[in-house]
Design a protein. Structure first.
Length: 171
C-alpha cells in the first residue's frame, strides 16, 4: 500500500474530527482515500435522478479499509516502540555564525542509545540528511541555521526512532 503524506490541515470545503485536536495543540492526523466519491459522503441518503447518494455499506471497500487499518496499526506500533520525542529542543540564535548549535533535554528511557540531528531544505517535506550525535544534550553542526530546517530525534538501542522535534530559537 502506498502512503502519501499531504501537508495540509484538511481537504477543501470540509473538515474532519482531527481539527478539534489540532486546535487544542495536540498532534493529529487525518486518514483518507486519495480519490473520494462525493456522492457517498457529506450527503443525506437519497436517490435523485437514479443516482444513489449517502454513505452506505455497499459503497465501502472492506478490503481497502482492512489494509488501511493494518497500515495504521503498523505506524502506531512503530511509534509506541520508539523513544519519546526530544523535549526542550532549542537552536542557539545568540550570534551570527555558519554553524548551528542545538540543545535538548536528555530522555530517561533505559534503552536510549542517543540522538540524531536531521535536516532538510526549507522546501522539502521530509528529512533528507542525518547526523548521529550520540547520547548528548547539545551538538554543533557545520551548517547555517538560516539555510535549512533542523530537527532532533531520539534513537533507542534497537534502532527505533522518535518523531523529530523542531527547535525553537534561543538566545
Amino acid at each position: 500500500m502506498n502512503v502519501r503524506v499531504v501537508w495540509r490541515r484538511d481537504r477543501y470545503l470540509r473538515g474532519s474530527d482531527h481539527i478539534s485536536f489540532l486546535l487544542r495543540g495536540y498532534p493529529a492526523a487525518r486518514f483518507t482515500e486519495p480519490r473520494e466519491n462525493f456522492n457517498h459522503e457529506h450527503n443525506d441518503v437519497r436517490v435523485v435522478d437514479g443516482v444513489q447518494y449517502g454513505d452506505l455499506p455497499e459503497f465501502c471497500d472492506f478490503g481497502y479499509i482492512a489494509r488501511v487499518a493494518r497500515v495504521n496499526a503498523a505506524v502506531l506500533w512503530s511509534l509506541a516502540q520508539a523513544p519519546s520525542t526530544p523535549k526542550g529542543v532549542l537552536i542557539d540564535t545568540s550570534g551570527l555564525t555558519n554553524t548551528s548549535t542545538l540543545r535538548w533535554q536528555l530522555g530517561s528511557e533505559a534503552d536510549l542509545a542517543g540522538y540524531e540531528i536531521v535536516w532538510r531544505e526549507s522546501t522539502a517535506p521530509d528529512w533528507t540528511h542525518v547526523i548521529d550525535v550520540g547520547k548528548v544534550s547539545t551538538a554543533t553542526v557545520d551548517l547555517s541555521k538560516d539555510n535549512v530546517q533542523f530537527g532532533v530525534r531520539a534513537v533507542d538501542t534497537h534502532g527505533h526512532r522518535s518523531p523529530a522535534a523542531a527547535p525553537a530559537p534561543a538566545p
